[in-house]
Design a protein around this ligand. Structure first.
Ligand SMILES: [Zn+2]
Length: 238
């Protein structure tokens, strides 16, 4: 005979699936067993970035590489602001859906792991957000992406970068404003930990690359022998 706890658990599950049905976050279809966050059809149609460009020339690398300490860059898909796929990042950032950020990290890691992208990376470092923003949002979405990647690759996450001050939303800024807005923003907590290591900086979306470049510069200037790769979920077209 079923226990009271079991009955309550089933009732609760029934309640949550009615009130919060498990839907694809892109097209709204009900997810089936084995699908998480997005349905198989949307996963297949994801606007992936080309992985065949010569070294240093894919969309992420062109925007982020600052010097020859940079190793590689990748993103899961091409980000268009009004495309349904942009909802994945918007919800993970502005609607409290840290579960989506984690799953995006898992998806990216599963797709890139077989290519050897992660083979020599020692640490994942999330692009930091300022303390006050973190309190307000409750989490840093880049850190959640790192946790997702780490669960597949086993690479350790280290929050070795921090934001010295808050910075305004980058959403509607032009390239020059974005550059000035992030200059001098980041600092390294413990340079010793990263000496002669290969690290990957992780962010949700790369637009002009200013945030990634400033993060990389501070790491390059503070840490002897560091090698840097770049990972984002989305990258814009330019
Ligand atoms: Zn879908």
């Amino acid at each position: 005979m079923e226990s009271v706890a079991g009955i309550l658990r089933n009732l609760w599950y029934g309640f949550t699936t009615v009130v919060f049905p498990n839907l694809c976050e892109v097209c709204g279809q009900t997810l089936v067993t084995g699908e998480r966050t997005i349905c198989t059809k949307c996963l297949m149609n994801l606007p992936r970035i080309s992985q065949s460009a010569p070294r240093g020339l894919n969309s992420v690398e062109r925007k982020c590489f600052i010097s020859n300490c940079c190793v590689a860059g990748t993103a899961l898909y091409r980000y268009y602001r009004h495309d349904p796929y942009s909802q994945l990042i918007k919800k993970s950032k502005y609607q409290g859906r840290r579960d989506i950020a984690r799953n995006l990290g898992v998806m990216l890691a599963r797709e890139r792991k077989p290519t050897g992208f992660f083979d020599t990376i020692d640490y994942l470092i999330p692009v930091p957000i300022h303390f006050f923003k973190r309190i307000k949002r409750g989490y840093n979405q880049s850190e959640e992406i790192c946790i997702g990647i780490s669960s597949v690759t086993g690479i350790q996450v280290t929050k070795n970068l921090y934001a010295k001050r808050g910075h305004k939303s980058q959403t509607y800024k032009n390239a020059t404003d974005r550059w000035n807005n992030t200059e001098g923003l980041f600092a390294v907590k413990n340079p010793k930990q990263l000496e002669n290591k290969h690290i990957a900086i992780v962010d949700d979306v790369i637009t002009t690359g200013a945030t990634m470049q400033h993060s990389a510069m501070v790491l390059r200037d503070c840490v002897p022998g560091i090698r840097i790769s770049f990972i984002a979920i989305g990258t814009t077209e330019h």
